[in-house]
Design a protein around this ligand. Structure first.
Ligand code: GTP
Ligand code: MG
Length: 195
């Protein structure tokens, strides 16, 4: 599906460190611990390509991966994480915002939302930033293996309702479980067909 190598490129701590903007890229954004890094591993079929952890705040840099020759996949630090020194958190958050609003080749942001929690105010802040930067974003529900069918219906309803207020939101959701493999092929196909 992705012709060419899938591999780690670099971890970036400042906008000046971004690789040349020479191909389209997609990123995974979301609250700390939502499952961004785990989803990257599921998507690429590589157990430890991105470092995942039970401890929120695991990913502290903007991590670039190649998806074949013509795409980058970007793993972002989580937002909404309060258990680190304030100065450190502020530094990641500033970088995250600069990246989300200022990366020319960012073709679509995937905003991951934990199926148990739905869209929180901090997600809406990021979505508003994407709206104002005209970056199309698509919502990905994660960890659906942890909830019942009824809870799933309820969260889907909440998410759809909230997304309707965001002009940059792509209307279709992707419902996933990295644990069970649900939705992974769909997400892979969506990324592979972006031009
Ligand atoms: P930060 O880098 O801190 O922002 O977190 P992250 O969004 O990258 O989350 P990460 O992928 O590190 O996963 C956090 C925890 O959630 C880990 O313990 C994962 O094993 C778990 N997790 C991720 N996806 C799923 C899923 O689909 N189902 C279940 N049951 N657990 C998951
Ligand atoms: Mg991570």
């Amino acid at each position: 599906l992705f012709a060419g190598p899938v591999e780690f490129v670099k971890g970036v701590v400042a906008m000046s460190g971004l690789p040349p903007a020479d191909r389209l890229e997609v990123c995974f954004a979301g609250r700390s611990n939502v499952g961004k890094s785990t989803l990257i591993n599921a998507l690429t079929g590589r157990k430890a390509l991105a470092r995942a952890s039970n401890t929120p705040g695991r990913t502290q840099e903007i991590n670039y991966f190649t998806l074949g020759e013509s795409r980058y996949l970007v793993d972002l630090p989580g937002y909404g994480y309060a258990n680190a020194p304030v100065a450190v958190v502020q530094k990641w958050q500033a970088l995250l915002k600069q990246y989300l609003s200022g990366r020319q080749t960012l073709r679509r942001a995937f905003v991951l939302v934990d199926a148990r929690h739905g869209i929180k105010p901090v997600d809406e802040e990021i979505m508003a930033l994407l709206d104002s930067s005209a970056v199309t974003f698509q919502c990905v529900l994660t960890k659906t293996d942890k909830i019942s069918a009824a809870a799933r219906d309820k969260v889907l309803e909440q998410v759809r309702q909230k997304l309707a207020a965001h002009p940059a939101a792509f209307p279709e959701l992707i419902v996933t479980s990295s644990e069970k493999g649900e939705g992974i092929a769909t997400l892979r196909a969506v990324i592979a067909t972006l031009e």
